[in-house]
Design a protein around this ligand. Structure first.
Ligand code: GDD
Ligand code: MG
Length: 343
């Protein structure tokens, strides 16, 4: 089984996190998002993965390499300008010769791919789309099915009055290679507005497979922070987050709750409290600082008695003494917050 991971989007909604880190390799609990996807694919029996890139491709190639760490073989299909989701599929046509698992590169899920592939084969579908039930489908692609699970309608980014069911396109597809023939060459084309509605018009068999387990689009800062917290809470049965350790640089009077993940390279001073948070490599947390429900990325410094809650702190930030910051704040890389500021 082959796979194509669509990892070429610009990650605009995830700015400023994606300004210097392309979305597919933003860290979730200290590991690039793509590594979770590669593990999902490996478990589903996929051995060959094509990464479809467009935005900051070199950074992704440098981080992921040939995939040997993830026990899959990786090849790259890089677009000179973005071709859209289906255009990216066409652009990789020379690398695709069999039924393929196609994944949006910004989702975190532990979907049972074996079950999806079996469902696809049993129903002899041309395409099977994994569907996730969500409370508010408006920001996604709504997918309507008949009682047998056959897709009858797609409404991408529906208006509130168009929402008639709660199942959305989860960005996971099993596609037969013959579908490549329906995608125009060298021009932008999407699955969501182009290929999928076209398949329905042509009477092709498109099935929906509902997944009620863990699923999340990591496309916004709120969702990105929540994905980190979900992994450390063990809600995603995919990769085990590495256990934090207590090296010498953690003052014995620093407190870290059992959910938090603090990289061993960090320095934590006396009275520090880390609650339900991820603190990445080489951070320096000064006396009595408190970090709760937050993500602190590599090389940041949090000042004495600062309070950080429900916040994403980018790489190399400096949060000053007694700063209070919370309620969904997102600091871009290298932000300096002066002493006593309140955000
Ligand atoms: N190679 C390549 N080229 N990849 C692309 C391109 C492109 O031109 N455009 C987007 N992608 C990748 C993105 O990197 C992302 O991984 C994936 O395709 C989906 O793009 P998003 O921009 O994240 O789309 P969305 O979140 O608004 O909506 C999509 O995902 C939802 C589920 O998360 C749609 O597929 C919706 O129907 C779906 O519900
Ligand atoms: Mg998305």
């Amino acid at each position: 089984m082959q796979s194509l991971v669509l990892a070429g989007g610009k990650g605009i909604r995830l700015r400023p996190i994606t300004l210097h880190t392309p979305k597919p390799i933003v860290p979730i609990a200290n590991m690039p998002l793509l590594l979770y996807q590669l593990e999902l694919l490996r478990r589903g029996g996929v051995r060959d993965v094509v990464l479809s890139l467009s935005y900051q491709p070199q950074k992704i190639e440098d981080r992921i390499g040939d995939g040997s760490r993830s026990k899959v073989r990786i090849s790259y299909a890089v677009e000179t300008s973005p071709l859209g989701t289906a255009g990216a599929f066409k652009n990789a046509a020379h690398l695709i010769s069999e039924t393929a698992v196609v994944l949006n590169g910004d989702i975190l899920t532990d979907v049972d791919l074996d079950a999806v592939i079996q469902y696809h084969k049993e129903r002899q579908a041309a395409a099977t789309i994994v569907l996730a039930p969500v409370p508010n489908p408006a920001g996604y692609g709504l997918v309507v099915t008949d009682p047998e699970g056959r897709v009858t309608r797609f409404i991408e980014k529906p208006k509130p009055e168009e929402v008639t069911c709660d199942t959305i396109n989860a960005g996971i597809y099993i596609l037969e290679p013959k579908l490549l023939d329906y995608v125009p060459e060298g021009e932008p084309f999407t699955f969501e507005y182009g290929l999928f509605p076209r398949l329905l018009e042509l009477g092709e068999r498109v099935m929906g497979f509902v997944w009620r387990g863990y699923w999340r689009d990591v496309g916004t800062p709120e969702s990105y922070l929540q994905a980190n917290l979900d992994v450390i809470a063990g809600r995603v049965s995919l990769l085990e987050a590495p256990n934090w350790m207590r090296p010498d640089t953690f003052d014995e009077k620093a407190e870290i709750d059992s959910l938090s993940l603090v990289d061993p390279s960090c320095t934590l001073k006396a009275g520090v409290q880390i609650v339900n948070s991820v603190v990445s490599r080489n951070c320096y947390i000064e006396d009595r600082a408190r970090i709760e429900n937050s993500l602190v990325r590599t090389g940041s410094r949090i000042g004495t008695a600062a309070s950080v809650s429900n916040t994403v702190i980018g790489k190399g930030c400096h949060v000053g003494k007694s700063v209070i910051i919370g309620r969904g704040a997102v600091l871009g890389d290298k932000t300096v917050v002066t002493d006593y500021s309140r955000l």
